[in-house]
Ligand binder design. Structure first.
Ligand SMILES: [Zn+2]
Ligand SMILES: [Zn+2]
Length: 51
């Protein structure tokens, strides 16, 4: 496990955020104020949890 890789800070997001960033994408950064059960960032890890 790499020290510079950590999970996106948004609840419900399964993606890994890039080094130095709290969120995996601009989507998660914009959605941080909202509580969501599912993430719509479009990354495969999150797409796969949708039905
Ligand atoms: Zn996500
Ligand atoms: Zn995310």
């Amino acid at each position: 496990m790499s020290a510079d890789s950590k999970k996106c800070a948004m609840e419900g997001c399964l993606c890994m955020a890039p080094a130095g960033q709290k969120y995996c994408s601009a989507y998660c950064q914009a959605a941080k104020k909202e509580i969501k059960l599912q993430c719509d960032c479009g990354h495969p890890a999150c797409e796969s949890q949708k039905l």
